[in-house]
Design a protein around this ligand. Structure first.
Ligand code: FES
Length: 345
């Protein structure tokens, strides 16, 4: 059974990071389309369909000539709007020689892209977590690919009770007996929050914060399904940092479906303590890479076991936020498909 695409097109997704998009051509598969990304001399990011209008050669195999993109096969040349402006073998450009150009918005560290119906991008807005631009935080990140549907990843992010089983040596001990989730929903988002009774930190948490491993601390976790494109969450430890605030760890997972069972993931983590100490980042970064690797391994095994279906199992109370996220996406898809009947693209 071929799995059906279950991601809305009418949503801002993250195409890449500001760091990786430059004057070289990048090919990325986004929502079942191949897109080529590059930066103009002015710094503006351009996203075009990665398929030449002539004989379908990937434009990402071509080259930039100023702000023009030259196909590497017969030299058709495109501007940033996707219009072919030159055909080397003749002196006129045939009618209809163009490729799709997609709307892009850059909010460092993210480059957002709109692959939905043109002209509808204003109905929603990219989301920018405050800790990415506020003073008093330092961040780091990474990216990778998970061969699983984006909703499996969202569900996993919205329920950390898997952590003691998937990451037994790095999960905080308080997660072994988690209090119920407090779930808050809006029409388009779902957030959860959980405050734990005081308990021990895991070894790596103590190592990263400099707090004692043999003392109890209040801890809480939270997470938000912001949109099909983004999950943000955080962990707090109720002990003061050098600035007097409690220790806060925040992170974001950007999920961009490449196809129904394949998702590109970009993650950014940030902390509000020891922000001028790169050694703490170097200590934490490999742990976050390990979180990613284990999440990938579990979710790819789940996806493979689904045989192309979206067969659901029984659910428990810890699944409340993930189930709500599925409902939100189902509603977005129903609205989008309803509209598409009236206004074909
Ligand atoms: S395929 Fe691009 S110019 Fe021919």
């Amino acid at each position: 059974v071929s799995p059906e695409a279950n991601y809305p097109l009418g949503c801002w997704y993250i195409a890449g990071t500001s760091d990786e998009v430059g004057r070289q051509l990048i090919r990325r598969r986004l929502l079942d389309r191949d897109v080529v990304l590059f930066r103009q001399a002015s710094g503006a990011v351009v996203a075009l369909e990665d398929r030449c209008a002539h004989r379908s050669f990937p434009l990402s195999h071509g080259r930039l000539e100023g702000d023009l993109l030259v196909c590497g096969y017969h030299g058709f040349t495109y501007d940033a709007a996707g219009s072919c402006v030159r055909v080397p073998s003749q002196d006129h450009v045939p009618y209809g020689a163009r490729v799709d150009a997609f709307e892009v918005r850059e909010q460092p560290p993210f480059v957002w892209i709109w692959l939905g119906a043109p002209g509808e991008s204003g109905r929603r807005a990219p989301y920018h977590p405050s800790w990415l631009h506020e003073e008093g935080w330092t961040s780091w990140g990474g990216q990778g690919h998970i061969d699983a549907n984006h909703l499996l990843i969202h569900e996993d992010l919205l329920d950390l009770t898997a952590a003691p089983f998937v990451y037994p040596e790095i999960a905080p001990p308080v997660l072994l007996s988690p209090p119920p989730l407090e779930v808050e929903v809006t029409e388009t988002s779902v957030s959860y929050h959980r405050t734990f009774p005081s308990g021990r930190l895991s070894g790596w948490q103590a190592g990263a914060t400099g707090l004692a491993e043999d003392q109890d601390y209040e801890q809480s976790e939270s997470g938000t399904f912001v949109s099909p494109a983004l999950w943000v969450g955080g962990w707090e430890v109720g002990a003061p940092t050098e600035h007097g605030d409690v220790h806060r760890l925040a992170w974001a997972y950007a999920l961009t479906p490449a196809g129904p069972t394949s998702t590109h993931v970009i993650w950014i983590a940030a902390r509000n303590w020891a922000t001028a100490q790169p050694a703490i980042t170097e200590y934490m970064a490999p742990r976050f890479e390990e979180f990613f690797r284990r999440r990938k391994s579990v979710l790819e095994a789940v996806q493979a076991n689904l045989d192309g279906s979206d067969r659901r199992g029984v659910s428990v109370s810890a699944d409340a936020a993930g189930l709500r996220a599925r409902e939100i996406v189902a509603t977005m898809l129903a609205q989008e498909r309803g509209r598409a009947v009236l206004r074909p693209r």
